[in-house]
Design a protein around this ligand. Structure first.
Ligand SMILES: Cc1cc2nc3c(=O)[nH]c(=O)nc-3n(C[C@H](O)[C@H](O)[C@H](O)COP(=O)(O)OP(=O)(O)OC[C@H]3O[C@@H](n4cnc5c(N)ncnc54)[C@H](O)[C@@H]3O)c2cc1C
Length: 440
């Protein structure tokens, strides 16, 4: 049934955005008995490629929730080591086999499968409402406090009022814009072109970053295809297009010669998706009645593929800190500040590392056209394999692992599955980490 012109909903927590951050927070709050409405502007989760990496710490969260076994039934690949190739030299950069987590690998799962999985789990609880095709367009505020959102849906306009509004609407967040939260931008020298090319068994297994003659590409083994991330100088996509597809084919073959027999699978530019890289962070993630998490609070560089992971960790921390409060009423500014205090350090550290690598490695390599040598610190990774545990820890778990502290509320224990709600049919500390890795 379509919404009437005055459609209104009241709930305890309203989340703008059904990405990893929003879906995980929605699921956790609903599971703990907090009524929650998640608003997602798209009709489904089946969208462009937005990263497939589900890291060991996210898998640990799934394990703590008792969902891991079911989750790993989804088609996936397991990455246990990350390799790098500079010109002709090869090095294993990260080895996840020593992580203190149940899963000692990165699971490559299409993001839409991951989000559908979370949606399915959320729908088991009567406290969980997911509205698709529901775009948040405005904040409602009174006396300096955010009290709701205005939403455009396929079924008409809707107002959702809640004790807490969460902006989990990604790097282009309308919530943070409307709330006029101040953003620090850190810049990035590169953008990324994402595309797939078929994979043959003779190609090898290794998920690998390659640097050859001033060109960089990361290749994720996705079974029958390679998911490729080709790095370009910021803003260069337009010039690459002008030079033509054939030249781009040659560039790809320079970095990975074995792709010579299949670069022509890219017959036009359409399947080549541009990720405009941004690194930014809100100075303050909250204001009365409002909290931002995930990319909405801090857009991450693709280095390390940690964006999804950080979004999930934010959601777990927010649920841990806010559930008790929300079960009794509204979250105070101090509660919201605690969420930022908890997540600020790992976010800052991760972004600092990404910005350092962007400026010191990627910026120097891209377009330099010179043959590079494997830098000596990386040579140590071949000589002393235990060093591979450090990047594995930083990428696989991050600077601060969050654990699920909330419990499933007795009164919302799983009910029989309900159908999907669409808008139109709803009627209603670093040194410690290093020593732990090295001496564990
Ligand atoms: C091409 C590409 C490749 C990437 N590769 C990787 C990778 O390999 N590994 C990795 O970890 N990260 C990767 N990322 C980054 C990763 O996708 C994000 O860091 C992560 O998804 C952040 O999660 P989030 O929930 O905070 O935001 P998002 O995933 O951006 O989710 C925000 C959600 O909000 C919805 N939304 C937006 N505006 C509104 C609105 N006004 N109203 C309602 N809903 C709204 C969006 O449709 C979206 O579903 C990649 C990103 C891109 C674009």
């Amino acid at each position: 049934m379509p919404f009437g012109s005055q459609a209104k909903m009241n709930t305890r927590c309203c989340i703008a955005g059904g990405g990893p951050a929003g879906m995980m927070l929605g699921f956790l709050l609903a599971r703990a008995g907090i009524p929650v409405v998640v608003l997602e502007k798209h009709a489904d989760f089946l969208r462009d490629f937005r990263g497939d990496t589900v890291h060991p710490s996210t898998l640990e969260v799934m394990h703590e929730l008792g969902l891991l076994q079911d989750f790993l039934k989804l088609p996936h690949q397991e990455v246990r080591k990350l390799g790098g190739q500079i010109e002709e030299e090869f090095v294993i950069l990260a080895d996840f086999s020593h992580l203190p987590t149940k899963c000692k690998f990165i699971a490559l799962v299409p993001q839409w499968d991951f989000l559908n999985f979370l949606a399915k789990q959320g729908r088991r609880y009567s406290t969980f409402t997911l509205i698709m095709e529901a775009e948040v367009v405005e904040l409602l505020a009174t006396e300096g406090r955010v009290i709701g959102v205005k939403v455009e849906t396929s079924g008409g306009a809707l107002e959702v009022r809640a004790d807490l509004i969460v902006g989990a609407d990604g790097r282009g967040s309308i919530v943070r814009e409307k709330a006029e939260l101040k953003v620090d931008e850190f810049g990035a020298p590169m953008d990324v072109l994402w595309f797939r090319l078929s994979r043959k068994s003779a190609d090898g297994e290794q998920t690998l970053g390659r640097i050859v003659k001033g060109k960089m590409m990361v290749m994720l083994n996705r079974g029958d295809y390679w998911q490729c991330a080709y790095l370009i100088r910021k803003g260069d996509f337009i010039h690459i297009k002008e030079r033509g597809l054939e030249v781009f084919h040659k560039d790809i073959v320079t970095v990975a010669p074995f792709l010579n027999d299949r670069v022509e699978e890219l017959t036009d530019w359409e399947p080549i998706k541009l990720l405009t890289v941004r690194v930014d962070r809100l100075q303050k993630w909250y204001q009365p009645g409002l909290l931002c998490i995930g990319d909405a609070a801090h857009a991450m560089s693709p280095i390390g593929g940690v964006g999804i992971n950080l979004a999930i960790q934010d959601a777990v921390a927010a649920a841990n800190i806010l559930t008790d409060r929300l079960s009794r009423g509204t979250a105070t500014m101090v509660d919201l500040q605690r969420v930022q205090l908890r997540r600020d350090f790992p976010t800052r550290m991760t972004q600092a590392m990404q910005v350092f690598l962007q400026n010191q490695v990627i910026n120097r390599v891209l377009g330099s056209n010179q043959q590079l040598k494997l830098p000596w610190p990386l040579k140590l990774f071949n000589r002393w394999p235990f060093l591979r545990r450090i990047p594995a820890r930083l990428v696989g778990v991050g600077f601060q692992a969050e654990h699920v502290r909330t419990v499933e509320a007795a009164e919302v224990k799983p009910s029989p599955p309900t159908r999907s709600h669409h808008a139109s049919d709803i009627s209603i500390g670093l040194l410690d980490i290093i020593s732990h890795i090295l001496f564990k």
